[in-house]
Design a protein around this ligand. Structure first.
Ligand code: SF4
Length: 84
């Protein structure tokens, strides 16, 4: 794309901004060390009870790498309980 006028410059910047916005994840995962991840539960809190845990793949939305269902980290956030 050749930018020759002020108008085409702003059109180019708008397209570039849209492309960047739509291809960049809104969050990035952190390392296990950053989140103080441990392989064992803490005070009854564990990954299998956390809303960030993805049981199908043993992954986490916040922490990189393979995650144990019995693990725990500082980003623990309890899943809401289902209505009975
Ligand atoms: S945020 Fe922490 S506690 Fe929750 S699933 Fe991920 S690693 Fe486990």
């Amino acid at each position: 794309m050749k930018v020759t006028t002020r108008r085409s410059f702003f059109q180019y910047m708008a397209v570039l901004g849209l492309a960047t916005f739509t291809t960049t994840p809104l969050y990035a995962k952190g390392t296990k060390a950053q989140y103080l991840y441990q392989e064992s539960p803490k005070d009854g809190k564990q990954c299998s009870l956390c809303m960030h845990f993805i049981p199908e793949s043993n992954e986490c939305r916040m922490v990189e790498g393979s995650i144990s269902p019995n693990g725990y980290c500082a980003a623990f956030y309890k899943k809401p309980e289902k209505n009975k």
